[in-house]
Design a protein around this ligand. Structure first.
Ligand code: HEM
Length: 408
């Protein structure tokens, strides 16, 4: 393995190899040095892990901590207008995605217990209903329309409302605030206001569920007396944050990917039984979460390198899921691939808790779109679709689409 490859300064982010491929510098690094030193903009000497095997190893090893409150936060790219973060972030109660065992397990176990097979079945019916109703709404609009605003964002938001048992009369407000957190053209003040409104609302909702439990996941959690109201609020907030933008971006970017591969889209439309495997392949191909952070709590050997205690380690799920050592022809979408083993939902103790739900949403979403909009196409040249290279989770800001007729 070559040690002559230059050490990158800052994380390569620009999608210069196409909207669905890792940045070229990332691909070159993966070939030459899949566990590579990385100089952060603040001068910190951390690591960037791009090879499939090494990324999986990082995720499986809890000596790579997920906590953000044990060391300074080193951000691997410049954020224009954002001052450098010098202090560790405080730990929000209940937000177990940034906790380590055993605290993490105590909270996660409570939620796993609430995601029962029976509830998933119930949710599947509701998700199909929600999706069809949103498609009715879409079909009533005069194209061209922005698929993100009219379909990809509202569906996961309504599903989270269902999951948390947000009453119907509160849903519009909830959705408006959730959308404000996710979209780009909101000022920082508006985002902070939306965040405040949502946490206050969730706090009240949790207190109501504890007093009068219903048939939803939040009520199941609220029945556990050992969880405080703050922890319950944090867990509800985590479900919203982790489940909304991820799924919305998969629906938006996934539709873009299908439209860019018309032959495969036609094949899928003709044979919807392919859908479960196609969803898996789209998860791999798009890996929208892409960048995760870990913190080395001791010196750790990885891929022939020594990661020093205290280093920030960045993994690229996209680079790993496009690693040709693991997936043949990895940079191509292939609806006949069996993409098992992809890392789009992470791996190890933090592996996505909502993955079954996300799969149900994506199957219903893509299936409904293809069935009801047989002539769906982009309303702008592909090169004009605005990509979210400036956000935490990758996707499209807008997806202008058009059609000439709809079906049931
Ligand atoms: C964790 C991806 C949808 C809830 C994660 C992680 C990834 C991920 C990569 C691991 C994070 C880490 O290791 O630091 C995705 C993708 C989704 C999706 C690609 C959509 C396609 C959802 C949904 C929910 C959800 C719908 C729930 C409503 C969670 C939670 C965690 C998590 C609670 C934290 C688990 C833990 O720390 O133990 N997700 N997710 N996700 N996800 Fe998802």
């Amino acid at each position: 393995m070559s040690r002559t490859v230059p050490v990158p300064h800052g994380l390569p982010m620009e999608r210069d190899a196409g909207p669905f491929d890792p940045p070229r510098r990332m691909t070159r690094l993966r070939a030459a040095r899949p566990v590579s030193p990385l100089i952060f903009p603040d001068g910190h000497e951390g690591w960037l892990v791009t090879g499939y095997d090494a990324v999986r190893q990082v995720m499986a090893d809890t000596r790579f901590s997920s906590r953000q409150d044990i060391g300074p936060v080193h951000v691997p790219y410049e954020i224009p207008g954002m001052p450098a973060v010098t202090e560790p972030s405080p730990q929000m109660p209940g937000v177990f995605i940034s906790m380590d065992p055993p605290d993490h397990g105590r909270l996660r176990k409570r939620l796993t217990g609430a995601f029962t097979v029976k509830r998933m079945k119930m949710l599947e019916e509701r998700i199909n209903d929600i999706t069809e109703r949103q498609l009715d709404h879409l079909a009533r609009l005069a194209p061209p329309v922005d698929l993100v605003k009219e379909f990809a964002l509202p569906v996961p938001s309504l599903v989270i409302c269902e999951l948390l048992g947000v009453p119907y009369e509160d849903r519009e407000n909830f959705q408006v605030n959730a959308a404000r957190l996710m979209v780009k053209d909101q000022s920082l003040e508006e985002k902070v206001a939306a965040l405040g409104a949502l946490t206050t609302y969730l706090g009240e909702l949790v207190a109501r569920k504890r007093a009068e439990p219903g048939d939803d996941i939040l009520s199941d959690l609220a029945r556990h007396d050992d969880l405080t109201i703050e922890e319950l609020t944090g867990a509800a907030f985590l479900l919203l944050l982790a489940g909304h933008e991820t799924t919305a971006n998969m629906l938006g970017l996934g539709t873009f990917a299908l439209l860019e591969n018309p032959g495969q889209m036609a094949e899928l439309r003709a044979d919807p039984a392919l859908m479960p495997d196609v969803v898996e392949e789209m998860l791999r191909y798009l890996s929208v979460v892409d960048i995760l952070y870990r913190y080395a709590t001791e010196d750790i050997e990885l891929g022939g390198e020594t990661i020093g205690k205290g280093s920030t380690v960045i993994v690229s799920l996209l680079a790993a899921d496009h690693d040709p050592r693991r997936f043949d022809g990895a940079d191509a979408l292939d609806i006949h691939r069996r993409a098992r083993g992809h890392l789009a939902f992470g791996h190890g103790v933090h592996q996505c808790l909502g993955q079954q739900l996300a799969r149900i949403e994506m199957r219903a979403g893509f299936d409904g779109l293809l069935r009801r909009f047989p002539t769906l196409e982009l309303a702008v040249p592909a090169g004009e679709v605005k990509l979210k290279t400036d956000m935490n989770i990758y996707g499209v800001h807008e997806l202008p689409v058009t059609w000439t007729g709809t079906a049931r």
